[in-house]
Design a protein around this ligand. Structure first.
Ligand SMILES: Nc1ncnc2c1ncn2[C@@H]1O[C@H](COP(=O)(O)OP(=O)(O)OP(=O)(O)O)[C@@H](O)[C@H]1O
Ligand SMILES: [Mg+2]
Length: 248
């Protein structure tokens, strides 16, 4: 199914809608066309993996979806809002209100405890101090770390650090949780712990979008999107397609 070059009307339930998205880095001889007319619709409540070869544009697309970067051209509707042309201040607000991020390398602040790390996004969101603490404790309990509130990241295992990062990502009650290679630095047991949490969060209604290189990880989501050469070449990969695409 080749559907990158055609945009289709978005259903009411579309939470992420990329329409004719191009992204060009640099200029002149060093110019790279990282995204080349991407069209993608992800509906509310989906649990979706983004896969594809190295350099195919997955992180570039995730950065745009996550409002960390803007497309060179095209429209991006997040929760029906056209965010492609918003300025930095507006984008920061949208990120804080609507999105949660989980990265491969956790990106926790090392001098802060687990609890303080999770409380931080609520400072920017203007949540009252008492409520910040309650909500952070609740989020850490949800990821199974109610007994590690005061540990600093260096006193936690990789899997535990990633769970703190997930608690931090969900504490502002985002509509979408975005994760770029969240299990890339984890062993298979802790990978499974993280996937179980994603699955539970998705069951509770959060849309989850995750970039992964691991087909075993992707198979635990409900939908796989395949990128190649800056395009979505298959937006609903079947298990049989997946075997083919991995070999190609
Ligand atoms: N900041 C940048 N400046 C210039 N080129 C970039 C930049 N970021 C990415 N690129 C280029 O854009 C293309 C897509 O990169 P991207 O990081 O999106 O790939 P990816 O699919 O995430 O790869 P990987 O699986 O290795 O993480 C690549 O050719 C890359 O070299
Ligand atoms: Mg990448």
């Amino acid at each position: 199914m080749l559907d990158s070059s055609t945009s289709s009307p978005a259903p009411q339930s579309a939470i992420i809608h990329l329409e004719n998205i191009f992204k060009i880095y640099g200029r002149g001889e060093t110019q790279v066309q990282a995204l080349n007319n991407v069209n993608l619709i992800i509906e509310q409540g989906e649990y979706c993996a983004i896969m594809g070869p190295s350099g195919s544009g997955k992180s570039t697309a995730m950065n745009i979806i996550g409002c960390l970067d803007r497309p060179s051209s095209g429209h991006y509707y997040l929760d029906r809002l056209d965010v492609a042309q918003m300025d930095d201040v507006e984008l920061a607000k949208i990120r804080n209100q609507k999105l949660g991020f989980v990265f491969q390398q956790f990106h926790l602040l090392t001098q802060l405890s687990a609890l303080e790390n999770v409380m931080l996004p609520m400072v920017y969101a203007g949540v009252q101090t008492n409520e910040r603490r309650d909500r952070a404790v609740e989020a850490l309990q949800l990821v199974g770390l109610g007994n590690r509130l005061y540990n600093k990241p260096t006193q936690l295992s990789g899997g535990q650090q990633q769970r703190v990062a997930i608690a931090r990502a969900i504490v502002n009650r985002p509509v979408v949780l975005l994760a770029d290679e969240p299990t890339g630095a984890l062993d298979s047991r802790t990978t499974q712990e993280v996937l179980n949490i994603f699955s539970e969060l998705n069951s509770s209604g959060i849309t989850v979008v995750m970039v992964t290189h691991e087909s075993d990880v992707a198979r635990q989501t409900k939908r796989i999107v395949w990128f190649r050469d800056g395009q979505v070449v298959n937006s609903h990969v079947t298990p049989a397609d997946l075997n083919q695409l991995i070999l190609s």
